[in-house]
Design a binder for this molecule. Structure first.
Ligand code: 5GP
Length: 342
């Protein structure tokens, strides 16, 4: 629907390697035919569902296809252009730095290449502001987490403001948040903004309580924070008291089966309570979606008026980790782009 595509949007929860489009995937597969990877292994189509574990297998396949500087540059530039084409005016991209012995890729090179892609898109006049969050994959444990935080600190100082924060993601079934707390604490102390995946599965209740002591600047998913699904009033109260915005990804949660159906998505729980909610895609390639589609889904599922949809997209600006001057520019854009009819 044109309204949703033209709606100026802010994307705050997008994992680079989960965002690879069908077209880019075709190019990657053609570059590495010996891997025998088919498209069905890298995307979950309409009507298909997977367990969360199976979703994480998909990322392993994609990582095999994206393992050189050249791949990362191509993927990152394509992803940025695709978000721009969907009407996204501000994008916070996140990715886990990887080193690959085979190709000589290092974690530093990995981050530099993503930043290069952001700069090239800017130079080419792509109409989108992009910032980067360096991701910690929880499965790699506390030492790697600490190294990653140090890498993020270095880049925060040397990237002309492109690196703004730290993400914690990866398979929630693996590892304990308690072990990662020192690294997260250090990041917080270094003024890196924290976007943490929390309560993606029911067993993360204690971990979420612990993370809220930091506290994080935004929460990814937060699917199981509230009492109806095994969370608790005290968790909800804490999140509300701290006013930590939630990044909500409808299609991702339904296809990954942590939410049984769109109408049962926790968007409604938080939105009804007036809590800051941001609609996001998570992995637009893997889950075959776009941000405009996610807004439309939220609107049709929960009966949001065009005015309410507009407000939702506009308010996302203030939950971004962009500096104040960029936020003001974005507010201005939103005023200019607002349709008369709303
Ligand atoms: P990358 O960091 O390689 O650019 O993007 C893929 C990675 O993002 C995955 O390996 C995983 O660590 C993380 N990721 C993507 N989607 C999800 C999700 O829905 N939940 C969690 N916890 N992590 C995710």
């Amino acid at each position: 629907d044109l309204f949703y595509r033209l709606l100026p949007k802010v994307e705050l929860h997008a994992h680079l390697n989960g965002c690879v489009s069908f077209e880019t995937m075709e190019r990657l597969i053609a570059r590495k035919p010996h891997l025998n990877i088919e498209h069905s292994m890298t995307a979950i189509r309409a009507g298909q569902r997977r367990t969360l574990d199976e979703c994480f297998q998909v990322f392993k396949v994609i990582h095999q296809l994206v393992d050189t500087e050249e791949d990362i540059l191509m993927v990152a530039k394509a992803v940025i252009r695709e978000f721009a084409a969907d009407g996204v005016k501000y994008l916070e991209l996140r990715s886990t730095p990887r080193s690959e012995e085979k190709t000589g890729l290092t974690k530093t090179k990995y981050v530099e290449t993503v930043l290069e892609a952001i700069r090239q898109c800017k130079q080419e006049g792509v109409d989108i502001e992009v910032r980067f969050l360096i991701a910690v994959d929880r499965r790699n444990g506390p030492e790697v987490a600490m190294e990653t935080v140090k890498l993020a600190e270095d880049f925060m100082l040397s990237s002309d403001g492109l690196v703004v924060g730290l993400d914690l993601s990866g398979n929630p079934e693996v590892g304990h948040g308690k072990d990662l707390l020192p690294a997260l604490q250090r990041a917080k102390n270094s003024a890196l903004r924290l976007a943490l995946h929390m309560s993606e599965i029911p067993s993360q209740k204690e971990e979420s309580e612990l993370f809220l002591t930091l506290p994080p600047d935004r929460i990814g998913h937060g699917t199981f924070l509230h009492p109806g699904v095994g969370g608790s009033d005290s968790l909800v109260n804490k999140v509300r008291q701290l006013n930590v915005p939630l990044e909500l990804c409808l299609t991702s949660n339904v296809k990954g089966q942590t939410v049984p159906s769109y109408d049962k998505h926790h968007f409604s729980y938080w939105y009804q309570r007036g809590h800051p909610c941001v609609i996001c895609t998570d992995d637009k390639g893997v889950f075959c979606t776009e941000l405009s589609q996610e807004y439309q889904l939220a609107a049709t599922t929960f009966g949001l008026s065009p005015e309410a949809v507009w407000t939702l997209s506009q308010q996302a600006i203030r939950y971004s980790f962009a500096p104040e001057c960029i936020k003001q520019q974005l507010e201005q854009r939103w005023m200019e782009l607002r349709p008369q009819v709303l």
